[in-house]
Design a protein around this ligand. Structure first.
Ligand code: ZN
Length: 321
């Protein structure tokens, strides 16, 4: 049976603390564009905030559920522990200085698989890394003219994610045999897998943790799921069928309006999603005004007034010193 490979990261979704602080950091400090302000479709009492490039291209999108009521996450296997974003070559000194100015926790710049990398911790504990990637390797990127960051230094999109697993072999064979990844290399404890042409956004780094390590658990500052690109609904069904055949019990296709989604746990327990490239964030908003007003799925429109009244008010992002 031939494998239909997924097409790299579509989006990464994490759990945040208060929504305004999340907005201040990702739009105000990192300069990403808020391309969609919606609610969690399964929990409409809370926001779902989407940050991306100016046009919200698949592969540039980092999204958050601001679930302040949750406890701290428990680090452990079966959890994605970091997300990386690409920045232009030679820009990390600029970023390090900017993050210092706003009091952001960061580690020294290091080399990962040959790329200069700046690890940092967002205001709610999420581990994020900025990775310098050659322009030629950066996927479609639309600069945002209203960003506080000049175009030459803007975040370009997703680079990779890191996961902790109790069994490298189990996850590795699922990645290669079912989702079409290949093992690209090993550096220290980290095994890098790639799909597609192996450009930015097409990596997943896996670390096998010691056997006594506990199962990880979601909390404020943890990654909730990793979504992988599928070109269209036909491709989504083909990959879904392979996932089903591997015993991973995928959900039915769920319409998220900006894309269609299927969810399942990979063998180590990390929540994966298959998300279609289209129709995209401009399907229900003017591309010039993405993210400016609250967008609800059609079945919740009738409750707009009460939903909006229960959400915390959000003001324009302003970086907090
Ligand atoms: Zn998702």
């Amino acid at each position: 049976m031939s494998v239909t490979p997924v097409g790299g990261l579509h989006h990464v979704t994490a759990i945040a603390g208060p929504a305004q602080e999340n907005l201040d950091f990702y739009a105000g400090v990192l300069g990403m564009r808020l391309v969609k302000k919606s609610v969690n479709q399964d929990d409409p009492g809370t926001y779902h905030l989407f940050y991306a490039d100016a046009e919200g291209h698949p592969g540039t999108d980092l999204t958050f559920f601001p679930w302040s009521h949750m406890a701290q996450p428990r680090m452990g296997h079966g959890l994605s522990v970091e997300v990386s974003l690409t920045v232009p070559p030679g820009s990390l000194e600029f970023w390090s200085e900017r993050l210092t100015r706003y009091g952001v926790r960061q580690d020294p710049i290091e080399l990962r698989f040959g790329s200069r990398t700046l690890p940092l911790v967002d205001p709610h504990g999420l581990r994020v890394a900025l990775v310098e990637a050659p322009d030629a390797l950066t996927r479609t990127f639309a600069p945002w003219d209203d960003s506080p960051i000049v175009v030459e230094r803007q975040i370009r999109g997703l680079e990779s994610s890191r996961v902790w697993e109790h069994s490298l072999a189990l996850t590795a064979s699922f990645l290669t045999d079912v989702l079409g990844f290949r093992h690209l290399g090993t550096e220290g404890d980290w095994h890098r897998f790639a799909v597609g042409s192996g450009g930015t956004g097409e990596y997943l780094d896996v670390r096998e943790v010691p056997s006594e390590t506990r199962r990880g658990a979601w909390g404020v500052g943890s990654i909730h799921h990793l979504a992988w690109r599928v070109a269209d609904e036909a491709e989504q069904l083909a990959v879904r069928s392979a996932v089903d055949g591997a015993g991973r019990r995928p959900t039915p296709v769920i319409d998220r309006f900006w894309f269609k989604s299927v969810y399942f746990l990979e063998p180590g327990g990390v929540l994966f999603e298959l998300a279609t490239d289209g129709p995209g964030f401009a399907v229900d908003e003017d591309p010039q005004h993405l993210g400016e007003s609250l967008v609800l799925p059609p079945w919740l429109e009738g409750q707009r007034a009460s939903i909006a009244a229960n959400l915390p008010a959000l003001t324009s992002p302003h970086p907090e010193a």
